[in-house]
Design a protein around this ligand. Structure first.
Ligand code: ASP
Length: 348
């Protein structure tokens, strides 16, 4: 039996290098519009898909991205969720991993593909990675299994030869076409002559038959505190005394270690005692926090800092925004930070 169903894909264009053109005066790249982008990929017509698009009123460089934009993307997905088979989000690479992580939390019970891609060179250039990334992202968004269900049912990043889980990704190169990597989780698909999906790695939610529920509130009273040898008391105490602060991603050394000076551990403890959630995330791109391995990690745990295990910084900070956005208090936020909500950490 042959299926006559034409995949219906909605492209959401937010900006980023993929659609940029050079400003003739400054020669700097600036975001341009969607029609320009599509005009440069005539091959799209060779895909027998129904393609619709939505574009930000003002496409942006992704360094401008913030939770209002995430909410806009989520709103478009929610409004069109029942009508279309999948979504492709075109986005700048700089903050793509943050957006992918944020959307993975905001789109509860997601059961359709949300494939985020972009490029390192604008699509209008002779040599560009944009065309291939866009075409492949569309094919992944349209891919179905033998039952006609979508293969990908999560937020994922497609870049060059790999599809990665969105909340496991980090931008690893400002130059290479192979710009993203998930350091603690295998690829969801490898792109070669075909699309080779790694079935065991794909997210399958236990609640996937429930309707999509979008959580729009993200609480931005959060921050990173990135440790370095020599970080001083003045800097740490001022940062931790930020008014309204609710969550901190403490970026630690190696297996989750921090200086053991009394003033430092006391400052962390006082912050936790005030109701702030402090999450220990390693600065190492690969591997995870082992809070009990060294005395330098045990001290932090004793001060009330919780382990982020193998979560990325991008996922940790957006998960804090999401959990505080739900109105949860310190103990509940700690509980959910320790558990995976949508495959962002490798613990049960
Ligand atoms: N600055 C650009 C952006 O993130 C970089 C890119 O798209 O590759 O929007």
């Amino acid at each position: 039996m042959t299926s006559t169903h034409k995949p219906k894909i909605l492209i959401i264009y937010t900006g980023g290098t993929i659609g940029m053109i050079e400003n003739p005066e400054t020669h700097a790249l600036v975001p341009f519009d969607f029609d320009h982008l599509i005009d440069n990929v005539p091959k799209i017509k060779m895909l027998d898909y129904d393609i619709e698009n939505f574009q930000f009123e003002h496409p942006i460089d992704s360094s401008e991205m913030n939770p209002t934009h995430w909410a806009e993307i989520a709103r478009v997905i929610e409004d069109n969720y029942e009508r279309v088979d999948g979504f492709v989000v075109l986005h700048g690479t700089d903050t793509m991993a943050y957006t992918a992580s944020a959307l993975s939390f905001m789109l509860a019970n997601l059961n359709k593909p949300v494939i985020i891609t972009g490029s390192q060179l604008p699509i209008g250039e002779v040599r560009t990675d944009g065309e291939e990334n866009l075409i492949t992202a569309l094919q992944i968004a349209a891919a179905t299994d033998a039952n006609g269900s979508p293969v990908v049912r999560e937020v994922a990043i497609l870049f060059e030869h790999y599809l990665w889980r969105g909340n496991r990704c980090t931008k690893r190169s400002a130059d290479n076409f192979n710009a993203f990597k998930s350091n603690n989780y295998p690829e969801l698909a490898r792109i070669g002559l075909g699309l080779h999906f790694n079935k065991e790695s794909l997210w399958r939610s236990r609640t996937q038959n429930r309707p999509l529920r979008v959580e729009y509130n993200m609480d931005t009273n959060v921050m990173f505190l990135d440790l370095f040898p020599g970080i001083n008391r003045n800097v740490v105490e001022h940062a931790l005394a930020t008014p309204g602060l609710k969550g901190i991603v403490l970026k630690t050394f190696g297996a989750g270690n921090a200086p053991g000076h009394d003033w430092f551990i006391d400052a962390v403890k006082r912050t936790v005692d005030k109701g702030v959630v402090v999450v220990n995330v390693t600065q190492c791109p690969n591997g995870c926090v082992h809070p009990q391995l060294y005395a330098a990690g045990v001290n932090l745990a004793k001060a009330g800092c919780i382990s982020g295990h193998d979560i990325t910084s991008e996922a940790a900070i957006t998960k804090l925004m999401y959990l505080f956005g739900l109105g949860l208090r310190q103990e509940e936020v700690k509980k959910y930070m320790r558990r995976p909500l949508c495959g962002e950490i490798s613990v049960d």
